[in-house]
Every structure is written in structure tokens, then in C-alpha cells.
Design a binder for this molecule. Structure first.
Ligand code: AMP
Length: 216
């Protein structure tokens, strides 16, 4: 068996992280979120973290070389027959092409690319109200997934706060960056016959069920 992978593609706020968590807990897919890896690198104060931080704060993409380095390192550490679920990667055509080249080299197979489809309004509403636990990274939302006690994580009691790049101005920048640099991947993967469009604007459980059905 060789490596197999699925990709979760979608605008900021489309629910990639939420879907990834649900799929991870119900399958053997290993969740690889470049955003999470970068945030961990920032917390740990590594060179990658220091290089990435300013780009992330401004809602810009982190340069391809840095992203490809951390993804390739992750693949090196994994089993040769691992199943990966990429969340937020690839985000540029260059990243997609280099991932393809790496997969060809390893005889790995890209099974599906799920495009999580939401309107701009839904993205804005989700990101604008998102709250993250500083301690365990659990996700909440002021209206959609409110914590039992305001400002306190239900899971670990940690303090909830807004992600630094979830300010209104940075959200707008990230949506613009998605259109300019990532949306081209939709046609790229559609041409390859691996793209599956999923309506991600409804209740979480419905989108999860839709993806799980397609994965079988
Ligand atoms: P995310 O957690 O996926 O929303 O990513 C947060 C931020 O991390 C993005 O706005 C980018 O600055 C950076 N980032 C994450 N993944 C990538 C990627 N594949 N390519 C470039 N930048 C990325």
C-alpha cells in the first residue's frame, strides 16, 4: 500500500478545520493542517514560526518554500502507507504542482479533493464570531457554538479569544487572497477529475454526513 490523501479546499470560514476534526475522529485519516502547524511553530518560537508570523497576521499567504518544507517533513515522518487529510494545503498552484510531483515520486494517490462551498456572507459570519481556546485550541462561535460560560472553554476551562487573523480587516484580506491565489485550484483539480463540490453552508452534521457518504 502507498500513501493516500484527500484535500479539503475552501475559502476561509468554509469549515475546513471543523470538517477535518469530524472526519479524523471517524476514519484513519491523519489531519495535516498547515495553518495549525504554523501556529504551533509560532508558539514554539521556531525559525519557521518567526518567518511565517508577519504573513499570517496580515492575512497573506506564507511563502511556498516554507509551506512545502513543513509538509514534506511531515510526509517523511509518516508511515509509507499513511492516509492524509490536507486542510488548508495546497493553497497555490505551485504548492499543488509540487505536491503532485512528490506524490508521483512516492507512488501516492490523491483520492478526492472536497471543495467546501459557502457564500461570502457565511464565511464572514463564521470567522467574525469564531473563538479559540488558548490552551487546547478548541473552536467555538459566539452564536453558532456558544461556550457554556462566556469566554471559557467547555473542554479544558481555558480562556477563549479571537484568532489574531480573525479581525474584520484581516478576514477581508484572507477572502481576497483566496480568490486571487487559491480559487484557481478548483479548475486544476476539476480537470483532474478528483474535485467534489460539497455544500458547506448548512448544519455541521449535514456536511459531515455528505462527505462521509462520498468517502465510502
Ligand atoms: P488557516 O488556519 O488554514 O486558516 O491558515 C491561517 C494562515 O496560515 C493563512 O492565512 C496563511 O497565512 C497561512 N497558511 C496556512 N496554510 C498555508 C498554505 N498552504 N500556504 C500559504 N500560507 C498558508
Amino acid at each position: 500500500m502507498s500513501i493516500q490523501a484527500i484535500i479539503l479546499l475552501g475559502a476561509p470560514g468554509a469549515g475546513k478545520g471543523t470538517m477535518a476534526e469530524a472526519i479524523r475522529s471517524a476514519t484513519t485519516f491523519i489531519h495535516v493542517s498547515t495553518g495549525d502547524m504554523l501556529r504551533e511553530a509560532i508558539k514554539a518560537g521556531t525559525l519557521v514560526g518567526r518567518e511565517a508570523e508577519a504573513f499570517m497576521r496580515q492575512g497573506e499567504l506564507v511563502p511556498d518554500e516554507i509551506i512545502l518544507k513543513i509538509v514534506m517533513e511531515r510526509l517523511e515522518r509518516g508511515a509509507p502507507d499513511a492516509q492524509y487529510m490536507f486542510d488548508g494545503f495546497p493553497r497555490t498552484l505551485e504548492q499543488a504542482r509540487l505536491l503532485d510531483a512528490e506524490f508521483a515520486r512516492r507512488g501516492a494517490k490523491l483520492i478526492n479533493v472536497f471543495l467546501l462551498d459557502v457564500s461570502r456572507e457565511v464565511s464572514l459570519e463564521r470567522l467574525g464570531g469564531r473563538l479559540i481556546c488558548r490552551r487546547c485550541d478548541a473552536n467555538f462561535h459566539v452564536r453558532n457554538i456558544p461556550p457554556k460560560t462566556a469566554g471559557v472553554c467547555d473542554n479544558c476551562g481555558g480562556e477563549l479569544s479571537q484568532r489574531p487573523d480573525d479581525s474584520r480587516a484581516t478576514i477581508l484580506k484572507r477572502l481576497e487572497v483566496f480568490q486571487q491565489q487559491t480559487a484557481g485550484l478548483i479548475a486544476y483539480y476539476a480537470k483532474r477529475g478528483v474535485l467534489q463540490r460539497v455544500d458547506s453552508s448548512g448544519p455541521r452534521a449535514e456536511t459531515v454526513a455528505d462527505i462521509m457518504k462520498r468517502l465510502q
